[in-house]
Write a protein that binds this ligand. Structure first.
Ligand code: ADP
Length: 621
């Protein structure tokens, strides 16, 4: 017998599950059954692809037994099984780095953590909510020896040689006080029906049928075995037969979620290609959405046989939050996972699936604003990634993404903006940055606000990189308000005349500021503020430069800003009269530095800035 300790993360996870999920403790059975179902899926696949297992006598099934006197519950499957090494690896460590970073995100606040864990497959360890000892006896397909893993869920586990006649896994739970109630036929049946009805393999429940005589006395007990799930692949049933509730329950089992999905999309395609897809949009974004090693959410089946749940190419990366299945009738069953990537049938299914999902989302946006808003709150950003990566669907995606705006409440679309444009307005305007509140106060917006021109507020980190690559929406140009040429809708004859008058001042400032600026211009976009900075049409914005530097692109040439001054501001008019060069220099540099600060750019020489402020204050005293 070998004794092992749990990896620290396992102990953490165990502790967390036991303390935050006790109100949903029944899910332990769902988790055990879906592990069995996965193990059966894996073996089924191998019996078709692996020569050494083709002759295996394989009767895929899950059996559940209980003993209400001994207080045990047993879940047994004929799946792929585990050998000694697998047991140590799978039930003693957490191999997935996603799980580790999930644990890293825990707050210690039970309520918040329970929400997090609801989005996360808790798996086998949930058994310890209802059992004070768990025994797993397993034999791996194709191997002779069986092994028994035992643990009380505290410090570690033991492994010793075990007994099993054929391949598969038997999990025996020694129920604790919390779990007693599950040594019951009705409890087990109701949990299985609720969560595991559509598991593709039969689940049999063993119990004793009790017969009573006329006087109500027990007459006879007969051992009985009933199949308790419908074992039909739900996605193969016709849409008209299925209720929303059935779709939702299936999702919860399949997606290990405790909440209903936001939306589901069921497609049964016939014709040149025959396939079924059932996609779900989870109510909450999966916890690993922004991790490089996220788990793909779509499982591939061929003719109802599970092939893989580990293919990130079944849908484009930006749709990685979608959960569901793709079941094809046209792929060979023994399709190897390696060649899936280049498979043309699969590429076609993928292409139509993306179109279908985007169409359904567009419909949802039109028909159910509330749900669509909930969708946007979770998934706006991945959609924007799509704008960048999925050129073929860019137009549909442009209609799906949403933004905040200076004039409309809540979220708005490009289309709604276009409809609200002023009669002679030429462009769609937007401002980017990383804080919505700060953006709303930006001096760059003053003149737009004064002329009732709407500006879209883009406070998402990715906006800065993605939106400029779009150029137009339905032939209307998109312009960033911090770009030099975004003044088209602001200019007036009067402004141009005033520009001429200010030429000497502008020239003097240019000379004074030297190589700190690319240019100095008279602004048409300012109202209350004396100055602002913009960048040339072809230059990266200052924010973008900061991002590039943060990404390690240190070689970036320093792009200089253009300083714009407000011709109507008192400071600017006063500067026209200023004769003293030092005084003028202080004013000029302060106009530049304050504009940089408001734009969120840290000052290179804060000490010089403070000295100037002090000099100006002294002069004013
Ligand atoms: P998950 O199922 O989310 O991977 P679990 O903790 O439930 O996490 O299980 C860990 C691993 O143990 C599984 O990925 C699988 O490899 C293995 N495992 C669990 N139950 C079984 C089973 N009944 N048969 C074969 N392998 C199993």
């Amino acid at each position: 017998m070998a004794t092992h300790e749990f990896q620290t993360e396992v102990s953490q996870l165990l502790h967390l599950i036991i303390h935050s999920l006790y109100s949903h403790k029944e899910i332990f059975l769902r988790e055990l059954v879906s592990n069995s179902s996965d193990a059966l899926d894996k073996l089924k696949y191998l019996t078709m692809t692996d020569d050494s297992l083709k002759s295996l006598d394989f009767d895929p099934r899950v059996d559940i037994e209980f003993d209400d006197k001994a207080k045990t519950l047993t879940v047994r499957d004929t799946g792929i099984g585990m050998n000694e090494e697998d047991l140590v690896e799978n039930l003693g460590t957490i191999a997935r780095s996603g799980t580790k970073s999930f644990l890293g995100r825990l707050t210690g606040d039970t309520k918040k953590d329970s929400n997090l864990i609801g989005q996360f497959g808790v798996g086998f360890y949930s058994s310890f909510m209802v059992a004070d000892r768990v025994e797993v006896t397993s034999r791996r397909a194709g191997e002779e020896k069986a092994w028994t893993w035992t643990s009380d869920g505290t410090g570690g586990f033991e492994i010793s040689p075990g007994e099993r006649e054929s391949q598969g896994t038997t999990v025996v739970l020694h129920l604790n006080d919390e779990g007693n109630e599950y040594a019951s036929r009705w409890q087990i049946e109701s949990v299985i029906k609720k969560y595991s009805n559509h598991i593709a393999f039969p689940i049999y429940l063993h119990y004793e049928k009790v017969e009573y005589d006329d006087k109500g006395k027990e007459k006879d007990r007969t051992p009985t075995v009933d199949q308790v799930n419908s074992a039909s692949a739900l996605w193969k049933r016709s849409k008209s037969e299925l209720t929303e509730e059935e779709y939702h329950e299936f999702y919860k089992t399949f997606g290990h979620d405790t909440e209903d999905p936001l939306h589901y999309i069921h497609t049964q395609a016939e014709g040149t290609l025959e396939y079924t897809t059932l996609f779900y949009i989870p109510g909450k974004a999966p916890f690993d959405l922004y991790q490089v090693d996220y788990r793909p959410g779509v499982k591939l089946y061929v003719k109802r046989v599970f092939i893989t749940d580990d293919d990130k190419d079944l849908l484009p990366a930006y749709l990685r939050f979608v959960r569901g299945i793709i079941d094809s009738e046209d792929l060979p069953l023994n399709v190897s996972r390696e060649i899936l990537q280049q498979n043309r049938v699969l590429a076609k299914i993928k292409e139509s699936s993306v179109k279908k999902i985007l169409n359904e989302l567009a419909k949802l946006a039109n028909e159910n604003e509330e749900t669509y808003t909930a969708f946007i709150e979770q998934y706006n950003r991945p959609l924007k990634e799509g704008l960048y990566g999925d050129f073929a669907n860019r137009e549909s995606l442009m209609d799906l993404v949403r933004f905040k705006s200076t004039t409309a409440d809540g979220w708005t679309s490009f289309e709604a903006y276009k409809e609200r444009m002023l009669p002679d307005q030429k462009n769609i305007y937007y401002i980017t940055g990383d804080n919505e509140e700060a953006l709303r106060k930006s001096p760059l917006l003053e003149a737009y606000r004064k002329r009732d021109i709407e500006v879209l507020i883009m406070a998402d980190e990715v906006d800065e990189l993605i939106i400029p690559t779009l150029h137009t929406y339905k032939e209307v140009e998109l312009k960033a308000v911090n770009r030099a040429d975004a003044g088209e809708d602001l200019e007036k004859e009067a402004d141009k005349k005033q520009g001429k008058e200010l030429e000497p001042l502008v020239d003097r400032m240019k000379e004074m500021l030297g190589d700190r600026v690319k240019d100095v211009k008279v602004s048409v976009r300012l109202d209350d503020s004396p100055s602002c900075i913009v960048v040339d049409e072809s230059d990266p914005t200052l924010k973008m430069q900061q991002m590039m530097k943060a990404l390690g692109q240190v070689e970036m040439p320093d792009v200089k800003p253009i300083l714009e001054i407000n011709p109507d501001h008192r400071i600017v008019t006063a500067m026209q009269e200023m004769e003293d060069d030092d005084q003028f220099a202080d004013a000029a540099f302060l106009l530049l530095d304050q504009a940089l600060l408001v734009d969120g750019v840290p000052l290179k020489d804060a000490a010089a800035f403070v000295q100037r402020i002090n000099r100006v204050m002294e002069r004013g005293l």
